[in-house]
Every structure is written in C-alpha cells, then in structure tokens.
Design a protein around this ligand. Structure first.
Ligand code: GLN
Length: 486
C-alpha cells in the first residue's frame, strides 16, 4: 500500500477517501514520510508545513465523515513559495523575503482551503520566479528526481519535482514565460498555464504583472482539470481577472478528438533543438492524427523568433517596477545603516541575487527616458504582432502543438553562468505568455531516461479544448504512469 499511496492521483485518492478506504491523515502522513525519505536528495521544498497539514487533514476527515466531500478534500498540495500563505513564511526563493510571513492568503489559497485541500509545504523556486532551472533560488538548487545530477527546470522546479517524486499529490506553480510548463516537461508531469485572467493573481507576488499566471502541476490531465475547477474564476480583488464563467473542466475529457484541427507551427522546431525531442514530439503528433485529429504540419507564425527579445524587454521592465517595493522598510530583510539611502541600497545589494539584479538593471534601462521608445514601446508593438499571428492561426485551428522545451533536462551548473543559454530554455513557452493564451505541457516520452514534454496551445479561454486533446493523448500512452526511481 505504501508505494501505492505515494503515487495516487487526485481522482484516485478522492475515490478512496470517499469510500473511507483511506483517510486524509493517512494520505498526508504518507506524503510527509516520503518527504523525509527523498527530499534530502531532491530538495524540492523550502518549508514543510507538517502541523498545518495534519490539522487540515483531520478537518477534512471530519467533514468527510459528515458526508461533506469535494474533489480536493483531504488531498495534499505543495504551493510554490511565491504564493502568499497566511501565517506561513513565503520567501519567493529570495533572501530579501527570507523571513516574510504574509498576513493574508492569496485567492487561490482561499479557494483551496474552501475545497478542503491540505497544504503540505512551500516549494523551492528561482528567486522571484526568474529562471529556468531553480538554480537561482537563494537557498539551494532543486534536483530532478529522474536524474539528480540534472535540473528540474524552473522557475517552479520545486513544485514539479515534488509531484514527480511523490512528495505531494499535486502542486501549484506560476508561469510568466514557461515556469509551469517547462519544469512539468522536465519532470514528466502535467503543467497547465491558464489564459491570462482565468485565475486570480491576488496574493501571487508579482514578477511581470502582464504575463504572470498561477496554474496546477499534476500527475495527469484529469487532475489538472480538477485543480483548475477549484482555482479558476473571477476575483474582484484582481482587476485583471476575467468575468468569463468557468465551466466544469472535467466534462470535456471524453477521449474523442475526431475532426479537431491541429496546427504545427514550424518555427517551434528551432535550430539547436535536440533531435530526440523533435522526434518524440513528432511521434506524439502522429498519435493525435491516429486518434482522428487533422494535422497541418505547415503552419507558420513568422514573428516567433522575436518572442525571446520581446519577453526579455517586457518582463524585466515590469519586474523593475514591481521589485521597487523591496526597500527594507515594508517587508522582510532590512539592512540598517546610517542613512535611509544607504540602508535601502544595502538592503537591495545583499537581499537580491545576481539574476534579479540583472533583470532590474535591464528593465530600468529599457524604461528610461531616451530608451523607452526604442526598447519598451517597440517590444509592445511586436507583442501585438505576435498576438495577431496567433489570432489568425486560431481561425483555422483548434489548437497548436509544439515541444515544451528544446532539450531534455540539462545538468546542474551547465547553464548557470550563461544567461542567454538559460533564457533559450523557454523559447517555446514564452510566446504563449506574450499573447496571454492557455497552454498545457504533458509527458510525451523519454530520451535516455530523461523526460520530454509536449505543449498544446489554445485560444483564449479554451482550456477545455487543450485539456481534451491532452487527455485523449494521455489515454493512448503510458508515459504519465512511469515514475522516477528515487
Ligand atoms: N525562464 C523565464 C524567466 O526567467 C520564465 C520564468 C517564469 O515563467 N516565471 O523569466
């Protein structure tokens, strides 16, 4: 049973909880046990919230005994440490927030609490979600459970690794340019970035406000739909959250994708892409065709090559403004010096890591008088072009399919001194955030035992469509059932 408990999906655990073959306390203890067995190797977690988890598990068991059970009741979740949890340290992977305890919950946490989920810990991440490998955490790097000498991807690397290693049943991450999907691909789990505005950002510590979005990391597509059901919807506390009604996302999981039109944008099979990744994703697309989808292999989104440059102007610009609030007065770490200016400067000098400083400098430069028109304004114009190309493609196709990232997980240390190489890890995921679209990454095979992810992109608010395709594919393979040997 031990082995089985660790690998239960949300829907499997729910069945056992409902029929009282398993209690939430047992499930939570199994995850805590697993954490104590493997986290010394994986290092996915910054804070384990054991006491809170057991208390929430007992409550869930009581509610269940009274006949009150919903799909996430009693199920352990690991939350990326960029999402505010009342009374629980929320570090953003940064020294500057090392001891910050939020006085409020993010809306997604309120929603998970209402749904009876059990918060088991806060996951490691790249500092302020800037990175693609979780090596930019101010505390320690996370290791990929499939090969601990390799990165789990980032910036939600802790969340993805914790799900893959069985330390939690599911996790929440955030995605600004790929940070849910890329680590999902690297760890062979399912990662969904919802449409911009689908999930409230209230209580998500801001990196780049026009790009950030919270989403689930889960073991399969059904779980992804279940978590989206719990967290999607309008929030008056987030003025960018959209009023569109949120459907029951599990209803679209029929397995039937006959006649769906899927486009394959050729620019995503970029030069320098690993041949193994390209081959695995093409095989997976062949499977979608066998399942009855009609595939157009010859789609072009010509502005795609500019997405990386656009992202690395817009995201740092927004970050430079958002991170101005860390002045040593309002939150967390504060360096005390003789003058206010000195104290502010040293708080930021010692509080922020190198990548965060790089982004603040890039962003401040791009927004400065004299350069604003040349960089920021130009980037916003190209952003519109990229979005229009997607709009045009979605007149012809229900979804677009691409690799999630150009390579399999790389070695810890391999790219950490070469920011441009690191930035390329998200070349296939960034355009999706630039256009505000939903996309899911799901397991699509392995090369030498290392995971490969496939990305399915949909039109705005078409999460149902991409989940439907993802689910149909998943049912025809067993990639998602393979677990790392750790
Ligand atoms: N890797 C990208 C970056 O460093 C994306 C990060 C993210 O999605 N949070 O900005």
């Amino acid at each position: 049973m031990r082995q089985i408990i660790e690998q239960l999906t949300i829907h499997e655990a729910h069945g056992l909880l409902k029929s009282r073959q398993l209690s939430s306390v047992e499930l939570t203890k199994a995850c805590l046990e697993r954490i104590s067995q493997v986290d010394a190797q994986v290092r996915a977690i910054i804070t384990v919230t054991e006491e809170l988890a057991l208390q929430q598990a007992r409550q869930a068991d009581e509610r269940n005994a009274a006949g009150d059970i919903t799909p996430l009741s009693g199920i352990p979740v690991m939350v990326k440490d960029v999402i505010c949890t009342r009374g629980v340290r929320t570090t953003c992977g940064s020294k500057i927030l090392e001891n910050f305890i939020p006085p409020y919950n993010a809306t997604v946490i309120e929603k998970l609490n209402d749904g009876g989920a059990v918060i088991i810990g806060k996951a490691n991440m790249d500092e302020f979600a800037m990175g693609s490998s979780t090596e930019n955490s101010a505390f320690f790097p996370t290791h990929n459970p499939w090969d601990t000498s390799r990165v789990p991807g980032g910036s939600s690397g802790g969340s993805a690794a914790a799900v893959a290693a069985g330390e939690t049943v599911f996790a929440l991450g955030s995605d600004t340019g790929g940070s849910i999907r890329q680590p999902a691909g690297f760890c062979s789990v399912v990662g969904l970035k919802p449409t911009y505005g689908r999930v409230s950002r209230f209580g998500l510590v801001a990196f780049a406000s026009s790009l950030d979005q919270i989403g689930p990391l889960t073991q399969d597509v059904t779980d992804s739909a279940l978590v989206l059901n719990a967290i999607a919807g309008h929030d008056p506390r987030d003025s960018t959250s959209m009023p569109h009604p949120a459907p029951d996302y599990t209803r679209c999981l029929t397995g039937d994708i006959k006649g769906m039109r899927i486009g394959i944008p050729k620019e995503y099979f970029v030069a320098g892409m690993s041949p193994d990744v390209a081959a695995a994703v093409k095989t997976a697309i062949g499977k979608l065709e066998e399942l009855g989808a009609s595939i157009d292999w010859d789609v072009s989104l010509p502005s795609t090559p500019y997405a990386l440059a656009v992202y690395y102007i817009i995201a740092p610009s927004e970050a430079s403004a958002n991170l101005a609030r860390y002045d040593g007065v309002k939150y967390g770490f504060s360096y005390s010096a003789d003058t206010m200016w000195d104290s502010m400067e040293k708080t930021r000098r010692y509080g922020f890591g190198a990548e965060v400083k790089r982004r603040i400098m890039l962003g401040t430069y791009a927004l400065s008088a004299g350069y604003y028109d040349a960089y920021y304004l130009k980037a916003q114009k190209v952003r519109t072009l990229i979005r229009r190309e997607f709009d045009a493609a979605f007149e012809k196709y229900d979804a677009l399919v691409t690799p999630t990232s150009p390579t399999v997980p790389f070695r810890i240390g391999e790219k950490v001194d070469d920011p441009l190489q690191m930035y390329l890890a998200d070349v296939c995921t960034l355009p999706v955030n630039i256009a505000g679209l939903p996309a899911v990454s799901l397991p699509a095979g392995f090369a030498d035992g290392l995971p490969i992810g496939m990305q399915i992109i949909g039109k705005p608010f078409a999460e149902e469509t991409i989940l439907k395709i993802a689910h149909a594919y998943e049912q025809s393979t067993d990639w998602h059932k393979q677990k790392p040997n750790i």
